[in-house]
Design a protein around this ligand. Structure first.
Ligand code: ATP
Ligand code: MG
Ligand code: FE
Length: 355
C-alpha cells in the first residue's frame, strides 16, 4: 500500500510518499519546504503568509515527491492530509488539494490528526513500540503526556497549563536575540555552554484541591526567569553569556520533561515510553531521557530527529496505520478544524463529518 501525504498545518509545506510492505513502513519520498525564513522577520508565523505560500509551493512539492519516488498516481492507493489542529487557512490548502486529487484519481482520502501524525513518526524508527505505552509529545503547540492503551485509544495524563515546550524555546530564543525557530538556535549556541551556571525554576502547577498536578507542566515562569536574568546581566555591562544562558535553559527544560515523564510511567506501571514532536529532536533532552530511563528499566523509543519536526512522512504513516487497522476513509465532505483534541481523532473517520 502506498500513500501520498500532505502536511500544511503550520509553516512547513510538506509532501511525502510512504509504503507499508512486509509489516514495515518505508518512506520513499520526503519533501519539505520550510517557510521559517519568511516568518522569522515577524518573530512568529503569520497565518495569511503561510496559507499563500502553501498554495504556491504545493504543486511543485507534489511533483518533486513523485519524481523522488520514481512513481506516478497509478501506484498510489490513498491520499492523506492533515485536517486538524492548526491554522485554518493553512489546513484548507492541504485538505482541498488532497480531496481534489482523491476525487480526480478515484482513490480514498484520509483526513489526519496532526498529533496522531507526530505519534506515528516513531513507527519510522528501527525499533517500534507496541501499546500500551506512554507518549511524551513535545512540540511547538503541545506538551502532553498521553497513555496509549491500544492503537487510537488515547488518554491524556498531563499537559502544559501555559506555553508549550517548543513555544518556550521560541520565546526564550527571541529574548536572547536568536533566530526563529528557537529550538535549533538555542541548541546550537548552548553547545559548549555551562548548563549549571544559572538555575532556573522547574515550573509546577498547583491543584486547587491541594498539592500539585504531578504530570502537568508550566513554562511561562521559566521564560520570565530567563528574562529577569538577562535584564540583570545587561545592567552589569558585560556581554551576555549567551551560551551559558541557553545551556542552563535547555537543561532545566530537559530535566523537567524527563522527571515528570519517568514519574508518570512508574506510577502508571507502564514500561515503554515514546518521545515525539519538534522538541524531541533536542540532543540534550534525548541524552537525558536515554540515560535516566535506564535506572528504572523503562524502554524508550525516540522518533528519529528528521521526523520530529513537522513533515508529511509521519502524516502518511498515520493514514496507513488507520487503513491497515481496518479503518474506513474520511468523508469527502470532511472540513478542517483549528482545535481538536487527540482523543477525538477517530471522529475524522465517521460517516458524519464532525465539522
Ligand atoms: P504542533 O505540532 O504542536 O501543532 P508545531 O507543528 O509547530 O506544533 P513541531 O514542528 O512539532 O511543532 O515543532 C516545532 C517546535 O519544535 C518549535 O517550537 C521549535 O523551536 C522546536 N524545536 C525544533 N527543533 C528543536 C531542537 N533541536 N531543540 C528544541 N526545540 C526544537
Ligand atoms: Mg514549523
Ligand atoms: Fe507539529
Amino acid at each position: 500500500q502506498t500513500v501520498l501525504a500532505l502536511e500544511t498545518s503550520c509553516d512547513e509545506t510538506a509532501v511525502a510518499l510512504v509504503q507499508f510492505e512486509g509489516g514495515k513502513f518505508r518512506v520513499i519520498a520526503n519533501c519539505i519546504a520550510s517557510q521559517a525564513d519568511e516568518h522569522s522577520k515577524w518573530g512568529g508565523v503569520v497565518p495569511e503568509i503561510a496559507s499563500r505560500r502553501h498554495l504556491e509551493l504545493m504543486p511543485f512539492l507534489i511533483k518533486e515527491a513523485l519524481i523522488e519516488a520514481k512513481t506516478g498516481f497509478e501506484s498510489i492507493d490513498l491520499i492523506g492530509a492533515t485536517v486538524a489542529p492548526g491554522l485554518t487557512g493553512a489546513l484548507l490548502i492541504g485538505s482541498l488539494t488532497a480531496r481534489s486529487l482523491a476525487a480526480l484519481h478515484g482513490i480514498p482520502f484520509f483526513g489526519v490528526h496532526h498529533l496522531e501524525g507526530h505519534l506515528a513518526s516513531v513507527l519510522l524508527s528501527d525499533e517500534v513500540p507496541t501499546p500500551p505505552f506512554l507518549v511524551l509529545l513535545v512540540s511547538g503547540g503541545h506538551t502532553e503526556l498521553i497513555r496509549v492503551n491500544k492503537n487510537f485509544d488515547y488518554q491524556r495524563l498531563g499537559r502544559s497549563h501555559d506555553d508549550a515546550a517548543g513555544e518556550a524555546f521560541d520565546k526564550v530564543a527571541r529574548l536572547l536575540g536568536l533566530s526563529y525557530p528557537g529550538g535549533p538556535s538555542i541548541e546550537k549556541i548552548a553547545k559548549g555552554g555551562d548548563p549549571r551556571r544559572f538555575s532556573f525554576p522547574k515550573g509546577r502547577v498547583s491543584n486547587p484541591g491541594g498539592g500539585y498536578y504531578p504530570y502537568d507542566f508550566s513554562f511561562s515562569g521559566l521564560k520570565t526567569a530567563v528574562l529577569r536574568q538577562v535584564e540583570k546581566l545587561k545592567k552589569s555591562d558585560i556581554d551576555l553569556p549567551l551560551s551559558d544562558l541557553a545551556a542552563s535553559f535547555e537543561q532545566v527544560v530537559a530535566e523537567v520533561l524527563v522527571e515528570r515523564s519517568l514519574k508518570c510511567a512508574e506510577e502508571q506501571g507502564i514500561d515503554s515510553l515514546v518521545m515525539v514532536g519538534g522538541v524531541a529532536a533536542n540532543h540534550r533532552l534525548r541524552e537525558l531521557m536515554m540515560t535516566s530511563s535506564k535506572d528504572i528499566s523503562l524502554k524508550v523509543y525516540l522518533a528519529s530527529k528528521s521526523f520530529c519536526t513537522d513533515n508529511a512522512a509521519m502524516i502518511g504513516t498515520a493514514a496507513l496505520l488507520r487503513l491497515i487497522s481496518g479503518g474506513s476513509p474520511s468523508s469527502m465532505e470532511l472540513g478542517v478544524c483549528a482545535r481538536l483534541g487527540l482523543e477525538e481523532a477517530s471522529r475524522l473517520y465517521d460517516d458524519q463529518p464532525p465539522f
